[in-house]
Design a protein around this ligand. Structure first.
Ligand SMILES: [Zn+2]
Length: 448
């Protein structure tokens, strides 16, 4: 208090500044009143009120400082991520040097298209073919090098999960391409919408972790804290934007400001539409529009419904593929579901729903039937009504339904036969074997 000036204070009022949690964050001290009087009770009250405001102020400043730091940290993380997100110049050059085969050589215009025979470079070439055939590079002045980099970056940002990987995204895009050209849906859409749908298909599952929205919520993952609805789909869109904003990857940079704004909206809508709960929410309205006469497809709401439903049609199109492909893909998806189920058992200690439960794997045929009847058939029926060029999707779906129904019936029969004498038939590496669950140790030879 003695500052060395020889001036000795004769009246002092001192008080702590407290945070809302009652921790001391500072001290206020008043020395000598101007009028020479000593501090009194009124001064104390005024200072007490001031200390409360000072406490709030200090707290807010601290929060603000922390927020600034968190934002800066996030920015640094994004910069690092962005560097590792993109691909090397050598990779881009390699793709640029490729000759792009015509659509026929990959059967890109075939509803029964399969990617199994293609290597990864082929998938990239096929993507380029789709954009070229739809005249999107020309129409939107997309630089070829930027386009090659972007497509490679998109591929790189799919994780190596069992089902929701690059191959799935690629297949969804191929169906969209086929629906647009062979199914003539392109005639109902603007160029910008076509671009958004194709980009949307390729990006719609970016950075999928092989676990669904419910899993994010159950595990309280940071993603679920960011988005409580359509959690993963919001993330896929964010990743799509992150890639577009990474240097050398913006295939939309030559769009006019208005077009750019519009396409972001279209892209977000397309990607969010792949959440099946969104499909359920809007499909009744869509089916009504399909049933109505003289529909104005240029009306914003109708067009929006149409684009959203087209995304679903393409996302679940494996269900309409020739049986061999459908069977393979169904098993891939089931495997990914079971992996999530295993995590739920081990990490969350809960019993997963049947669809995710490895112990229920022999119920796959009946679950596929449920999936086809409740989700696939209605939307394919609607599109078949809209445009007869899309009937092959419905027919493919119907044929697979018959196959799954047959398998489900066989399973049921075997279960009821097995049930009578305590036996259950399980499939193991394609060989059927019967296990006697009444003793658990006896194995009955196959071929009973
Ligand atoms: Zn998908």
């Amino acid at each position: 208090m003695d500052d060395g000036s020889g001036c000795r204070p004769c009246s002092v009022l001192c008080m702590p500044i407290q945070s809302s949690h009652n921790e001391m964050v500072g001290v206020i001290q008043l020395v000598d009143k101007l009028d020479g009087q000593t501090f009194n009770e009124t001064d104390e009250k005024i200072l007490e009120a001031f200390a409360i405001f000072a406490g709030i102020g200090i707290r807010n400043t601290k929060i603000f400082e922390n927020t600034v730091k968190v934002i800066a940290k996030r920015q640094v993380a994004l910069e690092v991520l962005s560097y590792h997100t993109s691909v090397s110049t050598a990779e881009v050059r390699k793709i640029q040097s490729f000759e792009i085969p015509p659509a026929q050589s990959y059967q890109l215009l075939d509803y029964g298209f399969s990617d199994f025979v293609l290597n990864d470079d082929d998938t990239i070439k096929a993507c380029i073919r789709m954009f070229v055939d739809l005249q999107l590079l020309e129409r939107f002045h997309i630089n070829y090098e930027v386009f090659c980099r972007w497509i490679l970056t998109v591929k790189k940002n799919y994780r190596n999960v069992t089902y929701h990987n690059w191959r799935h995204a690629f297949n969804v895009a191929q169906t969209m391409y086929c629906v647009l050209l062979r199914g003539h849906m392109k005639t109902m859409l603007s160029d910008l919408e076509v671009l958004a749908l194709l980009v949307g298909c390729l990006c719609h599952d970016l950075d999928h972790r092989g676990t669904n929205n419910q899993f994010q919520i159950k595990t309280m993952s940071p993603l679920a804290q960011l988005y409580s609805m359509s959690t993963m789909e919001h993330h896929h869109f964010d990743q799509c934007m992150m890639i577009l904003n990474t240097t050398g990857n913006n295939i939309l940079s030559e769009l006019s400001q208005t077009e750019y704004r519009q396409i972001l909206h279209l892209l977000e809508h397309a990607i969010l539409a792949t959440d099946l709960s969104i499909y359920f929410k809007y499909r009744t309205s869509f089916f009504k529009v399909i049933e109505a006469e003289n529909v104005d497809w240029n009306q914003v709401e109708n067009k929006e419904l149409l684009r959203g439903m087209m995304m679903t049609v393409c996302d679940i199109a494996a269900i309409s593929k020739p049986w061999e492909i459908q069977k393979e893909v169904a098993h891939l998806l089931a495997s990914e579901f079971f992996e999530q189920g295993d995590l739920e058992k081990t990490v969350l200690n809960v019993e997963p729903v049947d669809m995710l439960n490895r112990d229920k794997k022999d119920q796959l045929p009946s679950m596929q039937l449920g999936f086809i009847d409740s989700i696939c058939m209605p939307v394919y029926k609607a599109f078949a009504k809209l445009n007869q060029e899309l009937i092959p999707l419905l027919e493919g779906c119907q044929q697979n339904r018959d196959r799954w129904a047959m398998l489900a019936a066989t399973n049921q029969l075997q279960a009821s036969e097995g049930g009578k004498n305590g036996m259950k038939i399980e499939e193991d590496d394609g060989r059927k074997k019967c296990i006697d669950h009444s003793t658990e140790s006896t194995q009955v030879p196959a071929g009973r």
